[in-house]
Design a protein around this ligand. Structure first.
Ligand code: PMV
Length: 363
């Protein structure tokens, strides 16, 4: 697929008003996207588990504008029923970027009503689930203009658009495993969009669990945009980008064999490398908190003592995602409740697991 394949030809149908609703999940990267080129092209390929319970539900209502203006947008955004003017700049940038591919954007007034299944101030990024839900809503509108659109094109273009809103959002359309960024061993992999991982995956990964410990809640200290730009001119950038390719190659083999010890090594190393990149950039940041390190220590101790396959990964923040096979759920949840909850803000944690992707909801 090339960029031009997402520029639609003249629409056949006309539409006055209506509304569409999508529910789209968050995702957690096993191999991290960190560093980007122009137009949201990733500096390295990434691979993620799609989540199930952490999601955003968005309703997009559209009504034809009386006078459309070629270069202005008309929209309002609500979170949990409350008007959010502070969300508008991000949506404005998103709309500007995608206008060549979604030319009807200037013809309508849009009401965007959104809600997250996780608390807004939990420190869980809602950009992946939020931008993918919005991109899917726009595709549902576009589908009404061109009824012969295939579901493959629908999903591909939704991912392509979501990427232009927030890079990792392109991995939230499908599941359970999605890669984004060209990788030699992944068929159809692309820098432009996320693709469902279709190669062999051992059963143990099919219902993998992710319990998210909310170690530090609130706004992110380093925005994604700033974070990715830290990789420009970073002394270790080229080696890191190459390492991401190597780690995906390792995971391809691990998914086939179900080797959980090897899985743990790749996943934890990726998480710590992401934070190492932030600690060694200029300016430098430490996004982990003392409790993040305490939790990591506890996980390592517990794993050594029990031989269970529990491991951690991190986002660009202090929260800890604890990953483990479903067969070990009872023991790991007991460990979390007795040993780890104390390190969470207000004892908060979220139980999630690998999911199958976004779904349309009847409006
Ligand atoms: O999609 P963005 O621009 O918010 O970047 C996400 C970056 C990480 O969450 C740290 C890694 C990833 O691949 O999701």
């Amino acid at each position: 697929m090339t960029v031009s394949s997402y520029i639609p030809s003249a629409y056949k149908n006309t539409l006055q008003s209506g509304s569409v609703t999508w529910q789209s999940p968050s995702n957690i990267a096993l191999v991290k996207y960190w560093g980007k080129l122009e137009h949201q092209i990733p500096a390295n390929p990434s691979l993620s588990f799609t989540l199930n319970n952490c999601h955003t539900k968005t309703t997009l209502s559209y009504s034809e504008r009386e006078e459309n203006s070629v270069d202005t947008f008309s929209f309002e955004v609500y979170l949990d029923g409350v008007l959010k003017p502070d969300f508008a700049p991000k949506i404005e940038v998103f709309f500007k970027r995608i206008l060549p591919y979604v030319p009807f954007l200037t013809d309508y007034h849009f009401k965007i009503e959104t809600q997250n299944s996780f608390p807004h101030s939990s420190g869980i990024a809602s950009s992946a689930s939020g931008m993918s839900a919005l991109a899917l809503c726009l595709m549902s509108v576009e589908k009404q203009f061109s009824s012969e659109m295939t579901s493959t094109y629908f999903n591909e273009k939704a991912s392509f658009l979501a990427r232009l809103g927030s890079g990792s959002a392109c991995r939230s359309i499908e599941g359970p495993l999605v890669s984004w960024g060209k990788h030699q061993q992944i068929k159809n992999s692309s820098d432009l969009l996320g693709v469902k991982y279709e190669a062999e995956v051992a059963d143990v990964f099919k219902n993998y669990q992710d319990t998210i410990l909310l170690v530090d809640v609130g706004e992110k200290k380093v925005s994604s945009t700033v974070g990715h730009s830290l990789m420009n001119g970073h002394p270790f950038a080229e080696r890191r980008f190459q390492q991401a390719h190597e780690n995906i190659s390792k995971l391809i083999e691990i998914f086939k064999t179900g080797n959980l010890d090897a899985f743990i090594e790749v996943v934890e190393s990726e998480a710590l490398t992401l934070h190492a990149m932030m600690m060694t950039s200029i300016p430098y940041y430490i996004l982990m908190k003392p409790n993040t390190l305490a939790v990591i220590d506890k996980i390592w101790e517990f794993r050594k003592a029990t031989g269970l396959h529990v491991c951690f990964t991190l986002d660009a923040g202090a929260n800890v995602h604890i990953l483990y096979p479903e067969s070990e759920k009872a023991e790991v949840l007991e460990f979390i409740k007795t040993e780890l909850v104390a390190y969470c803000k207000n004892q908060q944690y979220i139980c999630d697991q690998i999911g199958l992707g976004a779904r349309e909801i009847d409006s």
